[in-house]
Design a protein around this ligand. Structure first.
Ligand SMILES: Nc1ncnc2c1ncn2[C@@H]1O[C@H](COP(=O)(O)OP(=O)(O)OP(=O)(O)O)[C@@H](O)[C@H]1O
Ligand SMILES: [Mg+2]
Length: 345
């Protein structure tokens, strides 16, 4: 099925379509269009009008046969939990059971939420139970994303959870880099513009996730305050790497320290929360993963092997993809879109 993964980011909307030829992944098309300021926060649409232009540009980049789209929600609008359900339940019985469980777990009225669930497999400790990943999302955020896609000539097929999309794409990265190991717990961390998503992976599935309001915008703020620049000038200088010579001590080091603090705290929250008490590896994505020093600093400060998740150099590319090199260089920023595009298989 031709499926476009559409990631509504607060800096840009990123869209990607993928196909598979035997064991090779092929990037069929990719598009990125800047998001007007403030229009998207936490994958929630604040200004649908302003996004129409953006989505029409994306639409034009894709051949006509691409219609189906998968997108994602995140943040405080989503609750995900693993629940344990008898293996002999199926169909409507299973759905009813899940609704009942959800009612007791979720602090919103059920008629305001959309439930989604995925059977992960048999519980290790109790073979009579399935581990079931339950996601509850405010219906309002699902319908506004789906509606916006629909109005712009896409068919919104899937509204996923960003942490799960990241689980899929980071797991693919681990597999292609020969780092996959089912006994290990991996923290997939996406540091975007305004948010950081933590998705803890075990056996390729997200078993825990959390979203923090933190990201590259914090770096921009440090730059703008330190050098007394307007926000947009600071952002431009950051991206063009035109900061004064001593930027690494003055602005980069404090930002890296802040990133490490966020990661340390969330690793602790996870290890205190459940049965799997250790993170064996960290994989980074999102714009801040492009800061060369970050992975190395995280690894040495936390004592956990840290890699930048970027499988894009290992993909094949359709001829129509014009900016292959740019995509490979920016791969970590496309990890949500990639995980969504993978829903095609
Ligand atoms: N080479 C780079 N070095 C440092 N920071 C970068 C680089 N490229 C992009 N960024 C920063 O990364 C952020 C954009 O990353 P990304 O595309 O992952 O965000 P987004 O998905 O649009 O936002 P969010 O996920 O928060 O909604 C911006 O803050 C940008 O300044
Ligand atoms: Mg993002």
């Amino acid at each position: 099925m031709a499926m476009i993964g559409v990631d509504f980011g607060s800096s840009s909307v990123k869209a990607l379509a993928l196909s598979k030829r035997s064991e090779h992944y092929v990037v069929d098309m990719v598009s990125e269009v800047s998001t007007p300021k403030g229009c998207v926060v936490d994958h929630q649409l604040q200004d649908i009008e302003a996004l129409t232009n953006v989505l029409q540009q994306v639409r034009q980049d894709f051949p006509f046969r691409y219609k189906q789209a998968a997108t994602a929600v995140s943040g405080t609008n989503v609750i995900t939990k693993i629940i344990y359900v008898d293996t002999d339940l199926s169909g409507p019985e299973l759905e009813m059971h899940i609704e009942l469980e959800a009612e007791s777990l979720i602090p919103f009225p059920l008629d305001e939420i959309s439930l989604d669930f995925e059977i992960l497999g048999i519980n290790d400790n109790n073979p009579g139970k399935h581990n079931v990943l339950l996601s509850a999302t405010r219906t309002e955020s699902v319908t506004s994303l789906a509606g916006c896609l629909e109005e712009n000539d896409f068919i919104p097929q899937i509204v996923d959870v960003a942490a799960h999309a990241l689980a899929r794409s980071h797991d693919l990265y681990l597999r292609l880099a020969d780092l996959q190991d089912d006994s290990k717990v991996v923290a997939a961390i996406d540091i975007g513009t305004n948010m950081t998503i933590f998705s803890m992976l075990h056996k390729g599935e997200s078993i825990y996730s959390r979203v923090q309001n933190f990201g590259g915008e914090n770096y921009t703020r440090i730059i703008s305050e330190h050098y007394t620049l307007k926000r947009d000038e600071a952002e431009k200088m950051k991206l063009a790497q035109q900061l004064p010579l001593d930027y690494d001590i003055d602005v980069l080091a404090p930002y890296i320290t802040a990133c490490i603090q966020q990661i340390r705290r969330n690793v602790q929250l996870f290890t205190n929360s459940g049965t799997l008490q250790k993170i064996d590896m960290i994989t980074l994505s999102g714009g801040s993963a492009l800061i060369m020093e970050l992975a190395q600093e995280v690894e040495s400060e936390l004592g956990i092997t840290t890699r930048v998740a970027n499988p894009f150099a290992q993909f094949d590319y359709a001829e129509e993809v014009e900016d292959k090199e740019r995509l490979i260089a920016n791969g970590p920023r496309y990890m949500v879109a990639l995980g969504l595009a993978m829903r095609a298989f």
